[in-house]
Design a protein around this ligand. Structure first.
Ligand SMILES: Cc1ncc(COP(=O)(O)O)c(C=O)c1O
Length: 393
């Protein structure tokens, strides 16, 4: 291995949202807490990214920046090589994040009061964005039998057919449950949405973080019809730990949809880009693959570590190994059904910060989400704090 993911790097005084004492105090009521919440990694990025950013920074002029062909080629080649989907430069738009893009999409393709479908438990900014844009959330909860998560297609079909849904925000791989949806599932979703005139927004920000035995299928790559009825969101942010660089790829093969989306971007004056993020994205996609392959092995080791640790120390916890994402969704309901009490105890007695299950929807109650993209020794400390808290419930 070329990269040392065991290395602990102090992130204090680097404006890290995850580690900043004031942010922790605001989020968890205390800054004396070890953070495993917001989804970025405590690992240094791939060397070629650092080199590219340093070189650009040393130039010393940070004026307005524009994207050139090499930027688009980096995204196009990555998407073809990793996912066998051929995309074109004209299909790619930039926004400073997937969540902003989702908001722009909602503004472009809905009017107040329209309905947008999500599948809880799910990444909570989806619901927040829907509400903030004066739209209505329709939830088709995932089915969970204690062993696996599945899409409840009976419920989904009923809601899509009967409720005049305008947009379906699909999360694939799914945060927080870690599912990488099968091609068959995606085909069923795609057909249902086509038949009922529902636009699919496929948030695939975690698509590179998929573990052995699983294959990520990009929704729009399945068929021309799906491509024409969807907007795909990807980014180097989760994959290469570049979230703070704020660059995401919004892929819209349908020119009419692209035109409508661009009108909203223009309204908000979203066009230029941070020059450091341009070189970071290019370096990541062009030269970051070796780092990513090593990272995936390390993260898979962390999954095994959590699995074994919980069996030994919290035997009543249920943890389904994620197929994708660096997020562990742990069911602690056999210890505590009351989500508020569980989350409070973990913060106050454990002094450890996870995302609370309730953040992701009602059916997240009694769960926590652990961000395990960190050195294993840190993860071990976090888990031991969790055990300590649960034992004091
Ligand atoms: C599913 C999903 N979408 C979007 C984001 C965030 O995207 P961005 O930082 O590009 O707005 C996250 C971050 O955790 C995520 O998990």
């Amino acid at each position: 291995m070329k990269y040392n993911f065991d290395q602990i790097i102090n992130r204090e005084n680097t404006n890290s949202t995850k580690w900043d004492p004031d942010t922790l105090k605001e989020m968890f009521g205390t800054s004396d807490i070890l953070p495993f919440w917001v989804a970025d990694m405590d690992f240094k990025v791939a060397d070629p990214i650092v080199d590219a950013v340093v070189k650009r920074a040393e130039h010393g002029i940070y004026g307005y920046a524009t994207r050139t062909d090499s930027y688009f080629d980096a995204i196009i080649n990555w998407t073809r090589n990793r996912f066998k989907w051929d995309i074109e430069k004209e299909w790619i738009e930039y926004t400073p994040g997937v969540v902003p893009a989702i908001n722009f999409i909602l503004q472009a393709f809905t009017k107040p009061g329209d309905k947008v479908l999500i599948q809880e438990p799910v990444y909570y900014p989806f619901k927040r964005s829907i509400n903030n844009n004066n739209l209505k959330v329709v939830n088709s909860p995932l089915k969970y039998d204690g062993e696996k998560y599945e899409i409840d297609f009976v419920d989904l079909e009923e809601k899509i057919k009967d409720q005049d849904i305008k947009i379906f925000i699909l999360c694939n791989p799914h945060n927080p449950v870690g599912k990488v949806w099968d091609k068959e599932d995606l085909i069923k979703i795609g057909n249902l949405c086509l038949e009922n005139d529902v636009l699919v927004v496929s948030d695939e920000i975690h698509n590179d973080l998929v573990y052995s035995g699983n294959t990520h299928t990009m929704f729009a790559s399945i068929s021309e019809k799906f491509a024409m009825n969807s907007i795909t969101c990807t980014a180097p942010s989760k994959t290469f730990n570049l979230a703070g660089m704020q660059a995401s790829n919004i892929i819209i093969p349908n020119p009419k949809l692209m035109e409508e989306y661009r009108q909203v971007l223009e309204k908000h004056n979203i066009s230029g880009q941070n020059p450091l993020s341009i070189v970071a994205l290019e370096a990541a996609y062009n030269y970051g693959e070796e780092w990513l392959e090593e990272l995936l092995i390390y993260l898979e080791g962390n999954i095994e570590f959590i699995f074994n640790y919980l069996i030994e120390h919290l035997p009543k916890a249920k943890f389904i190994k994620p197929e994708g994402t660096y997020l562990a969704w742990v069911d602690l309901r056999e210890y505590e059904m009351n989500g508020e009490r569980l989350e409070k105890t973990i913060i106050e007695k454990g002094k450890v910060a996870f995302d609370g299950g309730t953040w992701f929807g009602e059916n997240g109650e009694g769960f926590i989400r652990i961000n395990f993209a960190c050195p294993r020794s840190l993860l071990e400390e976090g888990l031991s704090r969790l055990v300590n808290a649960v034992n004091r419930l």
